[in-house]
Design a protein around this ligand. Structure first.
Ligand SMILES: *Cc1c(COP(=O)(O)O)cnc(C)c1O
Length: 423
C-alpha cells in the first residue's frame, strides 16, 4: 500500500492568515512572509468546523500511515502533488526508564523527534513549508540556520526539485554543513551568529527572488511543528500531560504545540486543560528566560550568544511574544541551564539507554532537575520532555575521552590487561 496519494486535493481547510500581533486577516493563497502591518509572524487559520467533520477520533485512528500528513485538514498544502513525504512525523512517545532514574520523575515520557528524517524535528517544519512554498510558486528558497534547519531544508528542497541557498555560521556543526552539500544545497558560511546569517538571507531573497524560509518569517514551518502537539494529544488518549519541557531557540516548537492545542479544543477532541509549558535555554544564550523573569512581552537581543547547542544559539527570536504569551498563559516558565551540564547529561542519557541524543535534548533533560528543585514540577507529574534531535549532528571535532588505539599488535597485551575478564 502506498502511504499517501500522489495527486488530488489533500482536504486542507486553510482559510486565511492572521497577524500574530496585529490580528489582521490576510489572503492565504499568496507567497507571503511576515505581517505587512508590523513585520511580525503570520499564523494560518483553518475552517475548524469543516475539519471537525472528518477529524474524528475513529477516523484519525484509521489513518495509520503518512506521518504528519495524517493531519492534512489542519495543514496548509492543498494538493498531494506538492507533498514529498520522507517519513516525517508519527514519532514515538516513550517511557524512558533511564530518564526516570536520572531525574526521579515517576511519569516522564520522551517524544523521540530525533527519529525524524534528517535527525531532528526541523524536518516537520521544512516538509510543510517547502511543500506549501512550491505550491504557491516559489522557484528558489533561502534560509539562515545554525544547524538542523539547513539540513532539513536542503533535503526537502532536493525532494521538491527546487534550489535552496543555506547560510550558516562557520562554527555550525560539520554534520549539518555536510548534509546540506550532500543534498545539493548551495551553502554559504559566515563568521557570525544566525542573526547575521539572516541579514544576508534577506538581501539574497530580495536580489535573487528567493523565498525566505527563516523561522516564523513565513507562516508554515510552525504548522509542520504543530503536529508534535497533535500527536501528543492523540498518543495520550486525547488528553495532555501536566508539563511539557522543550529546548527553545526560535520557538516554533512551543508556539506550534500551543496552537495545536487550541485547534484540537475547537475540534472537540480535547478539553480546555493545558500543560504547563517550560522553555529551556542555555545560560550563554537565554533571551527568553531573561524576558520571562523581567516580565517583558518582547525579548531584547542577547549579546555575545554562546552555547555548543547550536539549535539554542538564537540571540533574537521574531516569535518572542508568542512564546512568552504561551509560557505565561500555561503557568509554565522559561529557565536556563549551565553549559557545563550539556555534555555530561548527553553522555548520561546515552548510557541510560536513550541513544546518542543532541545537546539540545540534553539541555531539556538537565532542566528537569532544576524544575524539580524549583518545585515547578512535581515528581509524580506526567512530564513530556522533547528529544528534539540526534547527537550525531553536534558531535565534538575530537573525542573528549581517552581511547586506546590498537594498531600495533605489540600493544594488544597492554590493552587486554587493562580490561577485566567477564566471569
Ligand atoms: C532548532 C532546534 C531546537 C530549537 O527549536 P525551536 O523550535 O527553534 O525553538 C531545539 N533542538 C534542536 C535539535 C534543534 O535543531
Amino acid at each position: 500500500m502506498l502511504e499517501l496519494p500522489d495527486r488530488g486535493p489533500t482536504g486542507s481547510t486553510l482559510i486565511s492568515l492572521q497577524g500574530g500581533l496585529s490580528e489582521r486577516t490576510y489572503e492565504a493563497e499568496q507567497l507571503i512572509g511576515v505581517d505587512p502591518a508590523d513585520g511580525k509572524p503570520l499564523l494560518a487559520r483553518y475552517d475548524l468546523a469543516a475539519a471537525s467533520t472528518s477529524m474524528t477520533v475513529a477516523n484519525l485512528a484509521d489513518r495509520r500511515a503518512g506521518g504528519l500528513w495524517r493531519w492534512r485538514e489542519l495543514l496548509p498544502v492543498r494538493s498531494w502533488e506538492f507533498v514529498n513525504y520522507m517519513g516525517e512525523g508519527s514519532t514515538p512517545l516513550q517511557r524512558s526508564r533511564g530518564v526516570a532514574t536520572m531525574t526521579g520523575l515517576t511519569n516522564v515520557l520522551v517524544k523521540r523527534e530525533s527519529l525524524n528524517p534528517t535527525g531532528s524535528f526541523k524536518a516537520r517544519g521544512m516538509a510543510v513549508a517547502v511543500s506549501r512554498a512550491v505550491e504557491l510558486g516559489a522557484k528558489r528558497l533561502v534560509a539562515p540556520s545554525a544547524g538542523n534547519a539547513a539540513g532539513a531544508l536542503a533535503a526537502y528542497a532536493a525532494a521538491a526539485g527546487v534550489p535552496a541557498i543555506l547560510i550558516m555560521p562557520t562554527d555550525a556543526p560539520m554534520a549539518n554543513q555536510v548534509e546540506v552539500l550532500a543534498a545539493g544545497g548551495d551553502l554559504v558560511l559566515l563568521d557570525g551568529l544566525i542573526s547575521d546569517c539572516a541579514r544576508l538571507g534577506r538581501v539574497i531573497a530580495d536580489q535573487l527572488g528567493a523565498f525566505d524560509l527563516s523561522t516564523l518569517k513565513e507562516p508554515y514551518r510552525v504548522e509542520g511543528k504543530k503536529t508534535m502537539g497533535l500527536e501528543l494529544a492523540e498518543q495520550l488518549g486525547w488528553r495532555l500531560p501536566d508539563a511539557i519541557v522543550y529546548p527553545t531557540g526560535g520557538g516554533t516548537g512551543l508556539i506550534g504545540m500551543w496552537k495545536a492545542f487550541d485547534e484540537l479544543e475547537a475540534l472537540g477532541l480535547i478539553g480546555p486543560e493545558r500543560p504547563r509549558m517550560f522553555s529551556v535555554q542555555v545560560e550563554g544564550c537565554a533571551p527568553i528566560v531573561r524576558a520571562f523573569n523581567d516580565g517583558q512581552r518582547f525579548a531584547a537581543p542577547w549579546e555575545n550568544a554562546t552555547t555548543a547547542a547550536a539549535g539554542l544559539r538564537v540571540p533574537a527570536a521574531i516569535g518572542d511574544f508568542l512564546m512568552l504569551d504561551c509560557i505565561r498563559a500555561s503557568k509554565g516558565a522559561a529557565i536556563s541551564v549551565p553549559e557545563q551540564e550539556l555534555r555530561p547529561t548527553q553522555m548520561r542519557l546515552s548510557s541510560a539507554g536513550l541513544g546518542y541524543a543532541s545537546l539540545e535534548t540534553a539541555a531539556a533533560v538537565a532542566a528537569l532537575q532544576h524544575l524539580l528543585e524549583q518545585r515547578r514540577i512535581d515528581r509524580n507529574d506526567q512530564v513530556v520532555v522533547f528529544d528534539t534531535g540526534a547527537g550525531f549532528k553536534s558531535e565534538p571535532e575530537q573525542l573528549t575521552m581517552p581511547v586506546p588505539v590498537a594498531n600495533d599488535p605489540a600493544r594488544w597485551d597492554e590493552v587486554i590487561a587493562t580490561r577485566t575478564r567477564v566471569v
